[in-house]
Design a protein around this ligand. Structure first.
Ligand SMILES: C[S@@+](CC[C@H](N)C(=O)[O-])C[C@H]1O[C@@H](n2cnc3c(N)ncnc32)[C@H](O)[C@@H]1O
Length: 217
């Protein structure tokens, strides 16, 4: 299954080779997703997973929010940095993968600290009364801007948002008429973040483009 990545295959493989190795449980989950689940290119994978894990370990968040669980791979990576007693809340519309997620979270020793919410993120979000230090946005592309608007007031100063797919298959640089709907949504999101004086941000051309956004106001 072809991964969504904007760097060359060779550079991606080199970066993966010299980055932290995928743990046993992540490797098994990656393989099981590839073999058994539709849309396996959506899974974060080894390189992005190491990035999420290291960022989380640097921040040591008390509570993490994830929008878009899929088979639970990125949830494991992010949860590795949680502070003592912390939790990771993750939202997905798809409950058919719940048994698989739980099995791998259990194997990773994380089943007690990962809280799965089933439903559309925009409907579930207002019902979660938790202050999040770290947010990973990786759900439906058209609503990234909405999620930012819903979250920005609730986040403490210094909180970090990580948004995936912000360079959408390199299509964000094309003329609007040549972009897919998702690329248009990602470009609109990047414009929104750039225009906001409440955050500082950097876009990293890792995999399909990751935006690291920090609340400053
Ligand atoms: C890119 S995948 C997430 C991959 C996962 N974060 C990882 O790295 O392993 C996107 C997920 O978002 C979910 N999704 C799509 N629309 C959603 C919505 N409106 N609310 C919550 N989840 C949604 C899909 O069911 C899918 O599992």
């Amino acid at each position: 299954m072809e991964q969504h990545q904007i760097t060359s295959q060779a550079i991606n493989e080199y970066a993966e080779q010299y980055s932290q190795e995928e743990s046993g449980v992540l490797k098994s989950l990656n393989e099981a997703t590839l073999a058994n689940v539709r849309g396996a290119q959506m899974l974060s994978g080894a390189l992005q997973g190491s990035f999420l894990s290291i960022i989380s370990k640097l921040i040591k968040p008390k509570h993490i929010l994830e929008l878009g669980t899929y088979t639970g791979y990125s949830a494991i990576c992010l949860a590795q940095g949680l502070a003592e007693g912390g939790t990771l809340h993750t939202i997905d519309t798809d409950d058919s993968l719940q048994q698989m997620r739980q099995a791998y979270w259990k194997e990773a020793g994380l089943e007690q600290i990962i809280v799965q919410h089933i439903g559309a993120a925009a409907e579930v979000l207002p019902k979660i009364d938790v202050s999040f230090d770290l947010v990973f946005i990786d759900a439906d592309k058209k609503n990234y801007g909405l999620y930012f608007d819903m979250l920005i007031d609730t986040l403490p100063l210094g909180a970090c948002l990580i948004a995936d797919n912000v360079l959408f298959h390199s299509e964000v640089v094309l003329a609007e008429a040549e972009q897919s709907k998702s690329a248009q949504s990602m470009h609109a999101f990047n414009e929104k973040i750039k225009a906001s004086d409440r955050v500082e941000q950097v876009i990293l051309p890792i995999r399909d483009g990751i935006s690291l956004i920090r609340k400053i106001k």
